[in-house]
Design a binder for this molecule. Sequence first.
Ligand code: ATP
Ligand code: MG
Length: 505
Amino acid sequence: MLAKVSSAAILGLEAVGVDIEVDVSNRGLPSFTVVGLADKAVEEAKERVRSAIKNSGFDFPGHKTIINLAPADIPKMGTFYDLPIALGILKASGQLKGKLSGLFLGELSLNGDLRQVKGCLSTALYARERKIEKVFVPHNNYNEVAIIKGIGIFPVRNLKDLMLHFNKVKEIKPGKINKELADPSFEPELDFSDINGQSQAKRALEIAAAGGHNLFFFGPPGSGKTLLARALPGIMPIMTEEEILEVTRIYSVSGNLKGKLVNYRPFRSPHHSVSRVGLIGGGSFPLPGEVSLAHRGTLFLDELPEFPRHVLEALRQPMEDGFVTIARSRGRFSYPAQFNLVAASNPCPCGFYGDPKNACRCSSAEINRYQKRLSGPLMDRIDIHVEVPAVPAKKLVQKTTGQSSKQIRVRVEAARRRQRRRFNESRLTCNAEMGSREVKKYCQMENSSWQKLVDSSEKLGLSARGFYRVVKVAQTVADLAGKDKIDQEHLIEALNFRSKGLSYH
Ligand SMILES: Nc1ncnc2c1ncn2[C@@H]1O[C@H](COP(=O)(O)OP(=O)(O)OP(=O)(O)O)[C@@H](O)[C@H]1O
Ligand SMILES: [Mg+2]
């Protein structure tokens, strides 16, 4: 007999429909074949399905069984298809009586329990878009799809329960919508009020959070660069529900989800030994890299000069475009990568170049070599350069007077609201995403300020990119001040952040 079960395949972040056709014939020698561009994990499904069916108390047909995954030109990867294959076999062998309507996915363990799979959220979103009313998902995947309204999502514990459901013995109910899982409030680990001094660096972080700008900290060892960067998540604006789904989808596809939605902006800090594929994404089984896992949040590269140059150079394209495209023989996969970069470095190998208290022990050739490791094009993409000097000991014992992360976040949120209003009709979400055309369209400045910018950029030797980036930062400074139009003082603050970079030899 022939049976057909619906499932999906994940291409990049998107799900597409896949049909599993099962033919069980009661003639021929016993065999079990899977066809239709299946990878090794799907091929191995045969053994899991066979055991799961038997151990759930059903019969595995002893005749010729053929499984076809259609359309055959779409690559099928992972353990997604165990459940639909098992259901198809049970249907085709006459053990399952009801109609198999809906979408099915899940990995089977040998005893018939359902295991979590990657890409469940993408599949549920696909089902909603296609108006497929029912989706049956592994119980442990339910939390990532629990906020999707409009379709019935059924959490399933094991194959036996599902059989009882379709044979009308014991019904499985659709899961309840749980809005709380997308509650964006969270307590930061590190509060701004715990950091002594460093008012300029704190201000820079506020601007970076408000406008989504890239930031570079440099200064002597132990001055607090890593500490400051790690405090950034506490002042980042909360995510909208749409953004939460967007980010969770990436984590779901890459298997990084910790059982619930990603409800706060990601903060990724890969070690400098990260490979190019680890950072950008790819691999023979294409997966998103750190840049995509940092989507809508922050990518923190601590000790920037320690990263291999070819790894850093690979950042140039995603930083400009906001997405990564990986071409493989199996197809092209696109992953979003809209993040703000925060980088930190010492100014020289010993770390004290330019420090007023400690003498630098490096030769100028050493400093030169060290700073050369910071790629020019990458530094050109960083809008805010801030020196983080050592904090005087007496400041460390004083009670901090700075504001808390919560107070700063209120200002950041207000600035973001202003930006969202401004970009109402476009797809932009923050100032940093503007291209030169949008800068001309949205940023207003007096003629005298434009003139000042022209003069300063000639003096500083700014590139065209650098020129526009200054305007974008100035726009964020204006937004934080509650103004739409950029004043001269806003521009000067933005220019200051650009001019105080590390001195290149
Ligand atoms: N401004 C500060 N207020 C309170 N504590 C601080 C401050 N700066 C540094 N510290 C303390 O010093 C420790 C070291 O700081 P951190 O690791 O951020 O230095 P760093 O600038 O990243 O140094 P390196 O260049 O060696 O990486 C922090 O964990 C923190 O305990
Ligand atoms: Mg550090």
